[in-house]
Design a protein. Structure first.
Length: 316
């Protein structure tokens, strides 16, 4: 069934078919609308619950079943390359794409060269997974083993894993929750994104924008597994709003000044406030005398800085 046209769906319902295979979300919806008695098997649909195809993944209900794009990823950290037998990490994506990575599994995401489809021409790229199937015996394949190059670890590049992570959708925003450096951390993405939610999540706090993080994840589709980089902020910065934080991340002078003031007056984070206010000053922001005074206070000890802020709030 293609595209779920009315003519196609009614013709199928009239025929004595045992099952209807729908190749898209639109075709699945059309088939469901056409019949409640003939089983409908949907193809890969990213959000079957949201578009009303099924009641839940555990108990679909009705006559629709099939696959969806939120199947958990699978990682085997103790795999071996089928060509050179080197230790690798095997990753299976939610779309059933299979990739061998050189350990550790994180940015810059080095794919193992023996099975990296980028080493081969367009012939192998036509496979709807990230590498063509390879024999288990190295003697029966024409692909020669490749010497692995030394790659810096994610930690050496400034990345930290978000351990025991989970992804939640709250009030229209996407949150990443997990253990970061032995501390429970909640990060909110500046923009909602599609990625392998059960895959590894790595974080790197921006040195010139405290509280804002670069996020490294894997994104899978029917044609392979790709690296993806996103931006997120700590939950304590939520009152500032994503638009202001997005502007601060791009170096907007007014946004930097406003974030710096809130860091001082509301959050009491003097070290972070100093970074934002110094960047705002260098970017040409017009900073009020009061804010300049608070910025100077941030240069002193935290106790002295808190005293200055307390005196200012008492005067107001």
């Amino acid at each position: 069934m293609t595209q779920g046209t009315p003519l196609a769906r009614f013709d199928l319902v009239r025929l004595p078919v045992d099952v209807i295979l729908a190749d898209s979300a639109a075709a699945s919806i059309a088939a469901k609308q056409a019949t409640t008695s003939i089983p409908v098997v949907m193809g890969v649909v990213s959000d079957p619950i949201g578009i009303g195809l099924v009641e839940s993944l555990a108990r679909p209900g009705g006559n629709v079943t099939g696959f969806n794009g939120t199947v958990a990823s699978y990682v085997n950290p103790n795999a071996r390359c089928p060509v050179c037998r080197a230790p690798v990490i095997f990753y299976r994506s939610p779309y059933d794409g299979r990739v061998f990575f050189d350990p550790p599994l994180g940015p810059p995401w080095p794919k193992h060269p023996c099975t990296d489809s980028r080493r081969f021409g367009d012939e192998r790229r036509r496979w709807p997974i990230d590498y063509a199937p390879l024999p288990l015996s190295a003697t029966s394949t024409p692909v020669a083993p490749v010497t692995r190059t030394s790659e810096p670890s994610p930690q050496e590049l400034g990345w930290e894993p978000l351990c025991s992570s989970r992804v939640e959708q709250r009030k229209g925003v996407m949150q990443l929750i997990g253990d970061l450096a032995n501390k429970l951390t909640e990060l909110t993405l500046l923009e909602a994104a599609s990625f392998d939610r059960k895959g590894p999540i790595w974080t790197s706090e921006y040195e010139d924008a405290p509280g804002l993080y670069a996020i490294a994840v894997l994104y899978s589709d029917a044609w392979g597994v790709h690296e993806q980089y996103l931006d997120a902020y700590e939950s304590r910065l939520s009152p500032l709003g994503p638009e202001l934080l997005r502007r601060a991340l791009t170096g907007d002078a007014a946004a930097l000044a406003k974030v710096g003031r809130i860091m001082l007056e509301k959050l009491g984070d003097f070290a972070s406030a100093r970074i934002y206010l110094e960047r705002a000053f260098l970017a040409g922001a017009v900073i009020e005398d009061l804010t300049v005074g608070l910025a100077v206070a941030a240069l002193f000890s935290e106790a002295e800085g808190r005293k200055v802020v307390s005196e200012h709030q008492g005067a107001v």
